[in-house]
Design a protein. Structure first.
Length: 177
């Protein structure tokens, strides 16, 4: 009986050593030691346990790589969303500033408005239109386009309230006097 017990302990130790050498943790190596102890110390069993432990270690390493890639993708998505939030906040602040500027200009202009005020309003609208591509991506562009259309509507409404002598006149031919 002691000889059989010694063989089982030896098989367990050999199985653990093979599994640890394959790169498995202590708990997993213990499991492979128990497998070798149950199958015996034959050369075929040793070879089988050695190969299965190596495959087990390779699978665990591949899972760890996938988890690392997934974690990196999650971190990148978090950074991208944070950058998008910051950019959106900047765009919102800038749009609010320009809207306030337009409102202030509209409030200042009444029957005594002049061409300089109209030029400032048009400059603000052009600044919005030209800077839109730099400020945001396509998903935000639709809402900004709606907002710009609203501003143009406000300007047209304002423009029609101006007396005719305050509106800038356009000549059909810019070279003619």
């Amino acid at each position: 009986m002691p000889a059989k017990s010694t063989n089982q302990i030896g098989a367990f130790i050999v199985g653990r050593l093979l599994a640890e050498r394959a790169g498995l943790s202590s708990a997993q190596a213990t499991q492979w030691g128990a497998v070798l102890m149950a199958t015996g110390l034959s050369p075929a069993s040793i070879l089988l346990v050695s190969e299965l432990a190596r495959l087990d270690a390779a699978n665990l390493a591949a899972q760890a790589d996938r988890q690392i890639q997934l974690q990196a993708a999650i971190e990148q998505a978090a950074r991208n969303s944070q950058a998008a939030i910051e950019k959106l906040e900047q765009v919102t602040v800038r749009l609010d500033q320009l809207s306030d500027r337009l409102g202030h200009l509209e409030a200042q202009t009444s029957d005594t408005s002049n061409q300089a005020t109209c030029t400032e309003i048009l400059a603000a609208l052009r600044e919005l239109r030209d800077g839109q591509d730099a400020w945001c991506d396509r998903s935000a562009a639709a809402s900004i386009d709606r907002w710009l259309r609203h501003l143009v509507w406000r300007f047209r409404k304002f423009w029609t309230r101006l007396p005719l002598h305050h509106r800038p006149h356009r000549r059909k031919n810019p070279h003619s006097r």
